[in-house]
Design a protein around this ligand. Structure first.
Ligand code: ZN
Length: 302
């Protein structure tokens, strides 16, 4: 669940989300290590929050191009609250940091933090995408979103992203709580209000601690904003959502050259295609692949 709210006569935009199920689904699909689950989960949550603050876009992509063991993180959010994403090395891991926490900064490392907004293609009016890029500041993801907003969009922001990862006795990763909030200060916002928010954000407990106790997105905002009144504009469901399908896999495979298809049929007795974003594998069996080769052959001879 995600809420979008405003404070200080619309000059402060606030977004908060609880993404425990979304992050759990991503971790299950990609079989990510503990630290990578936290890194991917924060990126997915940040993309949803960033998208919720934006008026017009169809697709928002956050790409963490980094030199740490995770090798790269991609998250893509749509305007309806769906998000999908993947990392280059799901099994990568690093030792706990000095505070005994999963060291997201170390698994990410240095590099670039890229954001792309695309719009218009749903109505056939594809506009030039908006792109912004900043160097990774800490690799902790929340700070990187805040730095991106300040430098690239000139929006001073507070960003808190958290994923509480636990291991079951079997060693399997288990997401106990995930979520975050983003507070963006527009030009002209009253400085006393901004100072009040800064001080209450500084006192707010970890978002995952609140979520574990049952906090909803509105409760996260209430905790972060303290005495500052706010108005809820919208509430929406969020979830892990991919656009791939068996039919799309078939159309991708059918665009492969015929000689290649024939060798797949001969050697592999079928074809298998795995979606990067959700790790779903689509298998095209021997009769279906044979039919594709046959159709291709007849269309060539016509
Ligand atoms: Zn997919």
């Amino acid at each position: 669940m995600l809420v979008r709210a405003t404070a200080a006569d619309g000059l402060i935009r606030c977004m908060a989300a609880v993404t425990t199920n979304t992050v759990a689904e991503a971790a299950r699909r990609h079989q990510t290590s503990h630290t990578v689950s936290a890194a991917l989960g924060r990126t997915l949550t940040g993309a949803l929050l960033l998208g919720a603050g934006q008026k017009e876009f169809d697709r928002l992509t956050v790409q963490v191009e980094c030199d740490g063991p995770v090798g790269g993180i991609t998250a893509e959010a749509n305007a309806r609250g769906g998000v999908r994403g993947y990392v280059r090395n799901p099994e990568a891991d690093v030792p706990l940091n000095a505070n005994g926490k999963f060291d997201v900064g170390a698994v990410v490392g240095g590099g670039m933090f890229n954001v792309t907004y695309e719009s218009g293609f749903r109505i056939g009016l594809y506009r030039e995408p908006y792109r912004g890029a900043v160097p990774i500041v800490s690799g902790e993801i929340g700070e990187d979103f805040a730095y991106y907003l300040a430098k690239s969009e000139q929006i001073p922001s507070a960003v808190m992203l958290g994923v509480l990862v636990r291991a079951r006795e079997s060693g399997e990763t288990f997401i106990e709580a995930a979520g975050g909030l983003m507070i963006q200060v527009m030009p002209g916002a009253d400085s006393a209000t901004v100072a009040a928010i800064e001080s209450s954000v500084g006192r707010t407990p970890h978002t995952t601690a609140l979520i574990r106790e049952g906090a909803r997105p509105v409760d996260l905002l209430r905790a972060a904003l303290g005495d500052v009144p706010f108005e809820i504009l919208e509430e929406r469901e969020v979830g892990f959502e991919c656009t791939c399908s068996y039919d799309r896999a078939v159309s991708l495979v059918s665009s492969i050259e015929r000689s290649e298809l024939e060798s797949m049929l001969r050697e592999d007795k079928g074809a298998a295609l795995t979606c990067h974003f959700c790790n779903e594998t689509y298998r095209i069996d021997e009769p279906a692949l044979a039919e594709m080769v046959e159709r291709d052959r007849s269309s060539v001879s016509e």
